[in-house]
Design a protein around this ligand. Structure first.
Ligand code: NAD
Ligand code: DAU
Length: 353
């Protein structure tokens, strides 16, 4: 049986990855390590809790002793590293946690893997999940290639750039079999409602202002989250050691277009007036250093590994809105921090708090 250590498996993408692959791969043991910050909700993976091929440990990747302990306990042959501070706006207000978790935390994982694997890297893999934001901002033309030079704008993207460089350095210096994916904006179930799409869905429902930064003309390249999860597993299984793969949905939309689409779908499904929903749009002060446009050229992963996204923006957005409408208890829990009571009840007795 293979053992995959997943970091940050209670966050948005990590939880979708766990929920997607634990049932599909019964011969693989998935060990989820997560600090359970405000963004990590164990309820998002509660359905896996009693599965024989799933384990959870509450671990802060900034704590090198704790990281080493879980590596020694489970002896993973594969690491899929999601854990990060992920929200650009938070990084502008408080960059330090981003450097600690994203850079120093990544270092501790690399060191723990090197200590466990003792330079015998056969059948081992360290996969690092990263972002297109490391490439900086595009103008009206062009796309990010794997060869595009790094030019990060925010403390978040600078910290992710630092972690990417460290991971690649472990390949060049120690021969560690690493792969890196740099993906565009994800959306789907379990995304914390500070990010554009879930924030707007909930604000439309609650008839609150829809805060659009600047003129709403900034462009993002949207990908449904399980398509990203499939891309990661494809690279883990078949990606070439030391290589980077860009992942994106070929789905560029301006922010204002996204917000209009959300107003239309939410209003239709929740039986609200669409024009009244759109009248909630409020233009607010722009994000400092706001990257204008992201667009991914995903030719490499498509042509070399055969990955293709399954969802279109229209099908993915509808699924996403339906999911938020159908899970009011998850929303209440993440907003109020109520899930922390669940952690106390479920993990305290096991000493994992
Ligand atoms: P998220 O903020 O929803 O989840 C992050 C998870 O990491 C949470 O469960 C949190 O508890 C955990 N975590 C944070 N600090 C930790 C620490 N010190 N130790 C252990 N666990 C810790 O993030 P996400 O959107 O799911 O992103 C996951 C990864 O994917 C990140 O590395 C991010 O940079 C990358 N990424 C995200 C997107 C996107 O659109 N969301 C796109 C491309 C890449
Ligand atoms: O590109 C990948 C990145 O996508 C990931 O690496 C990050 O972890 C993830 O958070 C996301 O970053 P963005 O900054 O692009 O996502 P966010 O949802 O914060 O914002 C999307 C766009 O919407 C961006 O142009 C800013 C704008 N925005 C955002 C918020 C929260 C608004 O106009 N209003 C808002 O209230």
């Amino acid at each position: 049986m293979k053992t995959v250590l997943v970091t940050g498996g209670c966050g948005f993408i990590g939880a979708n990855f766990i929920n997607h692959f634990v049932p599909q791969m019964p011969d693989t043991h998935f060990v989820n390590i997560d600090k359970l910050t405000y963004a990590g909700n164990p309820l998002s993976v509660a359905q896996q809790q009693n599965e024989p091929n799933y384990s959870f440990e509450q671990v802060d990747i900034c704590d090198s002793d704790a990281v080493n302990r879980v590596f020694q306990k489970y002896a993973p042959d594969t690491v899929v590293h999601f854990a990060a501070e992920s929200h650009v706006d938070r990084s502008i207000h408080g960059p330090a946690d981003f450097v600690f978790t994203n850079v120093v935390g990544t270092l501790h994982l690399l060191e723990a893997a090197r200590a466990l694997w003792k330079n015998d890297f056969s059948d081992k893999k360290f996969h690092h999940v990263s972002t297109d934001e490391v490439y900086g901002s595009l103008g009206d033309e062009g796309k990010f290639m794997e060869s595009t030079p790094y030019d990060p704008s925010s403390p978040y993207s600078a910290s992710k750039a630092g972690s990417d460089h460290l991971v690649r350095a472990y390949h060049r210096t120690y021969g560690m079999p690493v792969t890196v994916t740099n993906c565009s904006n994800n959306y789907g179930p379990y995304q914390f409602p500070e990010k554009l799409i879930p924030l707007m869905i909930l604000n439309v429902l609650e008839r609150k202002p829809l805060p659009v930064y600047g003129k709403g003309e900034n462009v993002r390249d949207w990908l449904y989250v399980t398509d990203h999860c499939d891309a990661i597993m494809t690279v883990v299984a078949n990606g070439k050691t030391g290589e980077t793969y860009n992942v994106g949905g070929n789905c560029e939309r301006s922010n204002i277009h996204v917000v209009h689409t959300i107003c239309e779908i939410v209003s239709e499904l929740a039986k609200l007036n669409t024009e009244e929903s759109k009248s909630l749009i409020t233009y607010v002060t722009d994000r400092p250093g706001h990257d204008f446009r992201y667009a991914i050229d995903a030719t490499k992963i498509q042509s070399e590994l055969g990955w293709q996204p399954k969802e279109t923006f229209e099908t993915g957005m509808r699924k996403t809105v339906e999911w938020y409408l159908g899970h009011p208890e998850w929303i209440t829990d993440v907003r109020s921090g109520k899930y922390r009571e669940w952690i106390d009840q479920n993990y305290a007795a096991r000493g994992e708090k």
